[in-house]
Design a protein around this ligand. Structure first.
Ligand code: CTP
Ligand code: CA
Length: 228
């Protein structure tokens, strides 16, 4: 494949990548978070830029240097990520949701630190559902826009992946098996990429860059030819 910002196969395209994991605040010092390191999303952003794309990277709570040639939009919570992704997606050719978005957030944000001395015992933290950004992208998609999701599964990886792809209305779903010692914070990854057209692409364990390049190959094949 052609590389480099001038002649890459994503030249003239705007792609949006979300990365990292959202944090849902409980009080000023605490949050509900997850194990996402952001490495896979950053690899996607870096490889897209290397293939010539204009890249918006919506990044939640990662400690990684900004990838060269990308516009980084830092966010904290799922709701902040939703706003940033939907705004950037308005003129995007492709959107890849690599971020681990919290499914739930505390129903009430406590403006002051919860003290252990308050009351008799720990209060339960009530949760409410966050909006599903990927499903919303599927509903709002522009003509020709390619939408890619990731699925973290611990059991029945493929069956859950197929069902999730259909439910979300995306074009591609990158399904990887997660567990405490798989994927998170590791430089390598393995996945099966399912297409809404019924396609299946197996990516053997390797660098997160290699998986990223395969994702962009599949995205590029689904983009409409550029206007002459
Ligand atoms: N996602 C999203 N908004 C959410 C939750 C998830 O955009 N509120 C996106 C993720 O970025 C990912 C995809 O949806 O690309 C699948 O995330 P996953 O957690 O595997 O699926 P869920 O639909 O949340 O289902 P569950 O966690 O119950 O398996
Ligand atoms: Ca989820």
């Amino acid at each position: 494949l052609a590389r480099g910002t001038a002649g890459g196969d994503l030249a003239g395209r705007h792609v949006v990548v979300s990365a990292g994991g959202t944090r849902e605040p409980i009080d000023p010092v605490r949050f509900i978070g997850n194990r996402s390191s952001g490495l896979q999303g950053y690899a996607l952003a870096r490889t897209a830029a290397a293939r010539g794309a204009r890249v918006t990277l919506v990044s939640a709570n990662v400690s990684l240097p900004d990838p060269a040639g990308t516009r980084v939009v830092p966010v904290g919570s799922a709701e902040e990520m939703r706003k940033a992704v939907l705004e950037a997606a308005a003129d995007a050719d492709a959107v890849v949701m690599a971020a681990a978005v919290a499914d739930f957030r505390p129903a009430d944000y406590r403006g002051s630190k919860i003290k252990k001395s308050e009351g008799t015992g720990p209060e339960p933290i009530a949760l409410v559902k966050n909006a599903d950004i990927l499903a919303e992208l599927g509903q709002r998609r522009r003509a020709g826009q390619v939408i890619v999701g990731f699925a973290a599964e611990t059991d029945d990886v493929l069956a859950n992946g197929r069902a999730k792809l259909a439910r979300k209305g995306s074009d591609l779903l990158v399904v990887n098996e997660v567990g405490e010692h798989l994927t998170f914070g590791r430089p390598d990854n393995a996945a099966v990429i399912l297409g809404a057209d019924g396609s299946r692409t197996d990516v053997a364990r390797g660098a997160k860059e290699a998986l990223a390049d395969t994702v962009w190959d599949l995205v590029a094949a689904r983009l409409e030819p550029p206007a002459p």
